[in-house]
Write a protein that binds this ligand. Structure first.
Ligand SMILES: NC(=O)c1ccc[n+]([C@@H]2O[C@H](COP(=O)([O-])OP(=O)(O)OC[C@H]3O[C@@H](n4cnc5c(N)ncnc54)[C@H](O)[C@@H]3O)[C@@H](O)[C@H]2O)c1
Length: 467
């Protein structure tokens, strides 16, 4: 394996001395753009679809592959279920100019492609990473792997996963040796849902790490075709795996700090938002926004990967742990604060409207949304009726199981006659709520997005400012 010391000594001429690899490097761009070297994307979800779209926009031939028949059916019509700007357009164009093929055969996709990108989910189950989808895809790729192919792992994973789990599977099922016969790359996706293509193409450099010098050089060359901001080549895969987790932990811990200071402000009787605005005018201060909970498949998950790995190394990452605990406690805390606004009414007679089911505004992704935690709190209190509104989420299996819970897509209908309205996701629609919409309902803003000027005569409070 390449060490940091080796990386410093590494020179492109070492690689160009190797005939095989120098030929490959020189011809890569032309072969990818002509479609001779195809790129297969395993997992056409929130991450895989925009990556596929970015490659199509760069002129590559993409093979989209997924285990879900409905996702494949959609893709064959040039559509995805992901509301990401530019993705459907790229898929439609890819089908019409025959640059996009959709496969359900994972092994054939590997046989037919040069670069294979693993974009399937890794979620946290009890703090451990559930790598079953990555393992399954790695087996299929291994079965179809050929000499000189490149495999890239994309999901955020506990440090060590690529080398300890993915590479052994690929070698076992292909009979090929990494770095000698095929090349292994870790390329963490760094997108923000809702502007994924822009993020890949324009906003940030791509991060790549290779198993060895050849893998790194090939991957830097390949990925520079889509990352216009350039490539950060890292000295080893474990460091690149940690890089992605650090981004998430930074966000989680800083949100926890904002939550702590918001709670402190409420007790002190000051407006957290006013203080934050003034404090952040100083260039070294970047206080994040507090909120009713941290959701999504990324930020609440990555600290758990760090904590689990830290435990195995006998390192106590106290700040990461307490940040997670604090953020996990926010739905319950906010529900309590919201109910205080109602003063005397018994919870059993309450109709409560929750605004937002997506884990944040502007997206339809409901994974680990704090709304589910708020619902659990309200269930414990046995409230009469829970209405959930979201402009982008049209269906949710959980709520149909309960006779007192309703997912409602019409905002006015959802809030009409509610005793209490709680804003959970910062969708734009909710920022414009005013005293006419809200009527006699009481409002708790769990994101701090509401415009005070629109709320004359409304009984309301927000996180960090009990007013
Ligand atoms: N969502 C984000 O904003 C984001 C950002 C950065 C990184 N990530 C990382 O990307 C990973 C993927 O996340 P996502 O949001 O795209 O997930 P997703 O659930 O939206 O999509 C995953 C896709 O993989 C498919 N799939 C699952 N198992 C499969 C298998 N065995 N074979 C073939 N296809 C399979 C699913 O059907 C689905 O279409 C996450 O684990 C995370 O680490 C996500």
């Amino acid at each position: 394996m390449t060490t940091k010391k080796d990386m410093k000594k590494f020179n492109i001429n070492d690689i160009l001395d190797d005939d095989n690899i120098s030929q490959l490097l020189l011809s890569l761009e032309g072969k990818i753009r002509s479609g001779e070297f195809k790129i297969s994307i395993y997992g056409l979800g929130h991450v895989g679809s925009p990556i596929a779209a970015a490659w199509l926009r760069a002129g590559a031939h993409v093979i989209g592959v997924d285990k879900s028949t409905s996702i494949l059916e959609y893709a064959r019509q040039g559509k995805t279920s992901i509301p990401e700007p530019g993705v459907n357009e790229a898929f439609e164009k890819g089908l019409s100019n025959k640059k996009l093929s959709i496969y359900d055969d994972l092994v054939k996709a590997s046989k037919d492609s040069f670069l294979k990108m693993i974009c399937v989910p890794v979620l946290a189950a009890d703090g451990s990473a559930d790598l079953s989808a990555v393992r399954n895809v790695a087996i299929a790729i291994g079965k179809g792997l050929k000499k000189n192919d490149v495999v890239a792992l994309n999901p955020s994973v506990p440090p060590g996963t690529t080398e300890k789990i993915v590479i052994p599977i690929l070698q076992k099922y292909s009979g090929l040796a990494v770095e000698n016969d095929f090349y292994m790359v870790y390329n963490p996706e760094r997108i923000y849902e809702g502007r994924a293509i822009e993020d890949i193409e324009k906003r940030y450099p791509g991060v790549v790490a290779g198993y060895g010098k050849k893998s790194l050089e090939i991957s830097a060359k390949i990925f520079s075709l889509i990352y216009q901001k350039g490539i950060i080549s890292m000295s080893n895969i474990k460091a690149a795996e940690a890089e992605k987790l650090f981004e998430g932990v930074y966000r989680d811990v800083n949100i926890a700090l904002a939550n702590e200071l918001a709670i402190f402000s409420e007790h002190l009787g000051i407006n957290f938002w006013e203080v934050r605005y003034a404090a952040n005018s100083q260039p070294f201060c970047h206080i994040h926004k507090p909120g009713i909970g941290v959701g999504g498949a990324c930020i609440p998950v990555y600290p758990q990967f760090i904590l689990k790995t830290a435990k195995s190394l006998h390192v106590d990452c106290k700040l990461t742990r307490s940040g997670r605990l604090l953020n996990n406690s926010m739905p319950k805390y906010c529900v309590r604060q919201a109910l205080k606004l109602l003063k005397s009414k018994s919870s059993k007679n309450l109709t409560i409207t929750l605004l937002g089911l997506a884990f944040r505004g502007g997206v339809s992704d409901t994974r680990l949304s704090p709304t589910y935690d708020v619902v659990k709190e309200l269930q414990k209190l046995k409230v009469k009726e829970i209405r959930i509104h979201d402009p982008l989420v049209k269906k949710d299996d959980l709520f149909s199981k309960y006779s007192n819970m309703f997912l409602i897509n019409d905002l006015d209908l959802a809030i009409k006659g509610a005793d209490l309205i709680i804003i959970i996701a910062d969708h734009d629609e909710y920022k414009k709520l005013n005293n006419t919409n809200i009527g006699k309902s009481v409002l708790y803003d769990g994101r701090g997005i509401i415009m005070a000027g629109n709320l004359q005569g409304v009984n309301y409070a927000m996180i960090g400012n009990l007013i």
